[in-house]
Structures are given as structure tokens and as C-alpha cells.
Design a protein around this ligand. Structure first.
Ligand code: CTP
Ligand code: MG
Length: 225
């Protein structure tokens, strides 16, 4: 029987947020942003341990009370230069079995729900490859030219926006990231092995908090969930 683990890269600075405090620690509905996703992952009965990958010099994480997560939460101070580097370092440090499932989730997606986690695990637990939460693209897509004028309209049929969690076997993911570390998500590295991860339909509430205006929306969602 393979086990389920979560790995949360949280070693970024949040440059696009433009705040001195790294964005994963900005206050959101009365808690640091990272508190929400970690609490949701720790509360899931199938997930054994939630590894959180922090920057080596992180002085913020240890200041908060994590007692509600019990012994499930395991901080690792081994973040890398890039998100992919942080995930690869975290995977090495947590020493999982090759067949264990690992759900990689951004600290900056605080609105993940138990319902989405349940759906993802149910759809993928017997899958040979694994997969990701994603949403079919809803808006019409425009290709820009160098003058920021519309060069043409791109067909959106069959296009999905990738989210996290991204769920793969630990052995496959470690191999994929070792071969290809310039990716912006785990699925891209797994695709480069010639595999086809499954798209599990999610919804737009699981968005990534990236810009200052995203904070208000995330707070509204978190206080209404
Ligand atoms: N991340 C990480 N290590 C890095 C860069 C990013 O662990 N070297 C993490 C972030 O902390 C975040 C997740 O990866 O939880 C998604 O990245 P993103 O939203 O891009 O966060 P930042 O890289 O911090 O933001 P920005 O790109 O605006 O600087
Ligand atoms: Mg980034």
C-alpha cells in the first residue's frame, strides 16, 4: 500500500507582491497565508506528513503556533533558487519510498478545500501516472504582437490552466526533476519523461495569490468557505 504525503514549496520571496515580508507570511483572514493550505493538508485523513520547504534562513515560520497540525507538519529548511529547486531539495530531504504518492502544493494557494483534495485523491489513487488539478480556460485568448496589439485570436478548445496540488509517485517525480529543473510545475517535468498526467477538473477558487489585488479576493473566499 502506498502512502500519501504533501510537499509545500514555501521558499519564495513574492517579488510580484512587492512586499518586504515574503508573501506566504502576509496576513490573510487573520492568519499568515501559508497557514491556510498547511492546515487544510494536515486535516486530510489520507495524508500522513506535510513537508514544508522553507528558505534556509527563514525566521518567520517558527514564530507561529502550529500545534493544531500536530505531528503531521515537518518543516525542511532546504529551499532552492527556484520553485523546482525547492521541490527537488524537499523530495531528497524527506526520503519517501518510490511508490509513495506526493501532492506538491503552493503555499500561495490558500483556498484549497477538503472537497478538492478528496476529488483529486479519488481520481488519481489508482492512476499509473498521476495528475494535477486544473481548470478549462474560460476567457477568449489573444496573441499579442510587439506593439501590444492583437496579432490573432488563439483557439481555447482543449486548453486548461494548471493549478496545484500536483500528485505523482515520489520516485517518478524525483527522476523527472533531476532531469529537467527549469520547469514552472511538476507536471512539465513528468511530461518531459514522455508521460501524460491526468487533468482533474478543479475550480477557479483554488487560484494562486500573486499580486496585491489577489489578497482581497482570497480573504473574501476564505471567510465565506
Ligand atoms: N517557491 C519556492 N522556492 C522558490 C520560489 C518559489 O518554494 N525559490 C514557492 C513559493 O513560496 C510559492 C510557490 O513556490 O509557495 C509558488 O511560487 P510563486 O507563486 O511564484 O511565489 P514566489 O516565487 O514567491 O513569487 P514571485 O514569483 O512573484 O517572486
Ligand atoms: Mg515565483
Amino acid at each position: 500500500m502506498s502512502e500519501f504525503y504533501a510537499l509545500v514549496p514555501a521558499a519564495g520571496f513574492g517579488a510580484r507582491m512587492g512586499n518586504e515580508l515574503p508573501k506566504q507570511y502576509l496576513e490573510l483572514a487573520g492568519k499568515p497565508m501559508i497557514w491556510h493550505a498547511l492546515s487544510t493538508l494536515c486535516a486530510h485523513p489520507d495524508i500522513g506528513t506535510v513537508f514544508v520547504v522553507l528558505a534556509p534562513g527563514d525566521e518567520h515560520f517558527a514564530r507561529y503556533d502550529w500545534s493544531h497540525c500536530g505531528s503531521k507538519l515537518a518543516p525542511l529548511y532546504c529551499g532552492g533558487e527556484t520553485r523546482a529547486g525547492s521541490v527537488a531539495n524537499g523530495l531528497l530531504a524527506c526520503e519517501l519510498e518510490p511508490d509513495d504518492w506526493v501532492l506538491v502544493h503552493d503555499a500561495a494557494r490558500p483556498c484549497l478545500t477538503q472537497a478538492l483534495l478528496d476529488k483529486m485523491i479519488a481520481e488519481l489513487r489508482d492512476d499509473p501516472v498521476g495528475g494535477i488539478l486544473a481548470v478549462p480556460v474560460a476567457d477568449t485568448l489573444k496573441r499579442a504582437d510587439a506593439q501590444q496589439r492583437i496579432a490573432h485570436t488563439e483557439p481555447r478548445e482543449g486548453l486548461w490552466q494548471a493549478q496545484t496540488p500536483q500528485m505523482f509517485r515520489a520516485g517518478v517525480l524525483a527522476e523527472a526533476l533531476a532531469r529537467c529543473n527549469s520547469v514552472t510545475d511538476e507536471a512539465s517535468a513528468v511530461e518531459a519523461l514522455g508521460l501524460q498526467p491526468k487533468l482533474v477538473a478543479s475550480d477557479s477558487s483554488n487560484f494562486k495569490v500573486t499580486y496585491p489585488q489577489d489578497i482581497v479576493l482570497a480573504e473574501l473566499l476564505l471567510t465565506s468557505l
